[in-house]
Design a binder for this molecule. Structure first.
Ligand code: MN
Ligand code: MN
Length: 499
């Protein structure tokens, strides 16, 4: 029998010349991507893993078995019930946003599996598609058991099929990133920017956090998913290297665009988890520290390796690290009935921790929480008072990222407007406006939630919007985790005075 190294290269490199069609017809630029180059420019395409199908199946089988073993040992309903309430709500948040976003990654990878420009690339993208199936199925399976205990876990599957405002924003991102994308932009945006840039290390960080929080099922799940990502994220690098060689300005554009788009969502998910939804005594680091120590250095190193520059808005991004997810969390708490998980007011001890970790802008955030605290003190605890401590006026959303206008600081919001083709647009930040202006035809006709209300597509009254459009129910919509019943609230000290 032939040895692996005798046949693997041949099996990976199965490109041939076409006799009755042109290469441009087999790989049209519109779906294979820009720059369009003859195969000769791609034939050196290689990545580090060089897995065969047989090895792939053996490996994945073992990884799945390990996940099931951990599930049977420590991943049952009774184990989840023992976890801290904030952590369980962080679990609900991740569980809803990620599995079906992973599923869109199947489509993106299959685009590479057909329209990638070299056979080795197409083979790896096929494994990438199988990986993303697995990343969809594992969380759906593991969390299914929890639905009968807590109906909010039903959103693990339901979320992406609703018009909930967060789902609209998440779909807006992933539909562009993975579903409606050509092979080149998909692999650069997903493998290089999202996976190598953020999630690969973020999964390691989340696993460490889960370990501290005692959630070994979640830890095992993200670790197992991360090992797939570490492999298929390698597809992006040789794609980017070739694009850099032929059109470096375009490579820089893709990087600048996708770093910003991915950053906004990651900062919300990971920022909420690390700074609010992990119990204080179990937090190993703040989100900002995590970003500085794990993500930013290695991202800048990747840019250097490819001869790319930092995105033009880098200073804005570093400012955002101080404040953006705090603004979104305060907004999420204020409008918690629009979510499918519960939120809590940070305690005086947590606010003290947040002040130490985020000295630059915490004063203005503290003022927001003092107002909320005052409101609870006035109306008294109890689920019947939820709506007395809740926003009533409609917030506004960004015409690019579809998220609430929470960029800038409480004193100076970064929202800005644009009139294009007679229509007025609003953006949460300069980079969102810049992305819109690069490809207006891609974004111009999408309507954020407020415009849907104005055109009558979505109901204007908040209770109708929640139930009829966001598909929540009084049972599932987000509440204060403790119904305003905080030990520290009943005493005389406030969040500020106790410092
Ligand atoms: Mn994945
Ligand atoms: Mn992936």
């Amino acid at each position: 029998m032939l040895k692996r190294e005798q046949w693997l290269h041949l099996a990976r490199k199965l490109d041939w010349e076409y006799s009755y069609v042109r290469e441009e017809e087999v790989f049209p630029e519109v779906i294979s991507g820009h720059p369009w180059l003859p195969h000769a420019e791609w034939q050196e395409w290689e990545e580090a893993f060089k897995t065969s199908y047989r090895e792939y199946v053996d490996n994945q089988y073992e990884k799945d078995s390990a996940v099931y073993a951990v599930r049977d040992a420590v991943g049952r309903l009774k184990d989840v019930q023992k976890l801290a309430i904030p952590w369980i709500n962080g679990l609900k948040m991740h569980a809803a946003v990620l599995p079906l976003a992973e599923f869109t990654g199947v489509t993106g990878n299959l685009r590479g599996a057909r329209f990638g420009r070299d056979s080795a690339w197409r083979t790896m993208a096929t494994f990438g598609a199988l990986d993303e199936f697995r990343h969809t199925q594992i969380p759906l399976l593991l969390l299914h058991e929890l639905v009968r205990w807590d109906a909010q876990f039903d959103w693990t599957h339901k979320f992406h099929h609703t018009n909930n405002w967060v789902a609209i924003a998440v779909r807006h991102l992933f539909d562009e990133l993975t579903m409606g994308q050509n092979a080149i932009e998909f692999h650069i945006a997903t493998n290089v920017v999202l996976e190598t840039g953020f999630t690969n290390l973020q999964f390691v960080g989340l696993a460490a956090l889960a370990d501290k929080a005692g959630d070994h099922m979640f830890e095992k799940m993200v670790t197992s998913i991360q090992t797939d990502e570490a492999r298929h994220a390698q597809i992006g690098q040789p794609v980017l290297a070739t694009v850099m060689k032929h059109d470096p300005a375009y490579a820089q554009y893709l990087l600048d665009k996708w770093f910003w788009r991915n950053w906004l969502l990651i900062s919300i998910l990971t920022g909420f988890s690390m700074d609010y939804l992990t119990p204080l005594e179990q937090r190993p680091y703040s989100f900002k520290e995590f970003m500085e120590e794990w993500i930013i250095d290695q991202f800048v190193r990747t840019l250097d390796e490819f001869g790319l520059k930092k995105p033009w808005y880098w200073d804005t991004f570093l400012e955002e690290l101080e404040i953006y997810h705090h603004m979104v969390y305060a907004s999420a708490y204020t409008y918690r009935a629009t979510l499918w998980f519960d939120c809590a007011v940070p305690s005086p001890a947590e606010r003290k921790w947040l002040r130490q970790k985020y000295p630059k802008y915490w004063d203005s955030m503290a003022a927001v929480w003092e107002q909320i605290e005052e409101r609870w003190r006035k109306v008294g605890p109890g689920s019947e008072n939820e709506m007395a401590v809740h926003g009533t006026t409609m917030v506004t959303f960004c015409d690019l990222c579809q998220l609430v206008l929470c960029n800038g600081t409480p004193r100076k919001n970064a929202a800005n407007t644009l009139v294009s083709n007679g229509r007025k647009y609003i953006f949460c930040s300069e980079p969102c406006r810049w992305i819109f202006l690069q490809e207006p035809e891609r974004y111009a006709n999408h309507q954020e939630v407020v415009k849907r209300i104005l055109t009558g597509e979505a109901p204007a009254r908040l209770p109708d919007l929640l139930t009829k459009y966001f598909q929540l129910t009084p049972e599932t919509w987000g509440k204060d985790m403790y119904s305003g019943n905080y030990e520290w609230l009943s005493g005389k000290t406030t969040g500020t005075v106790s410092e």
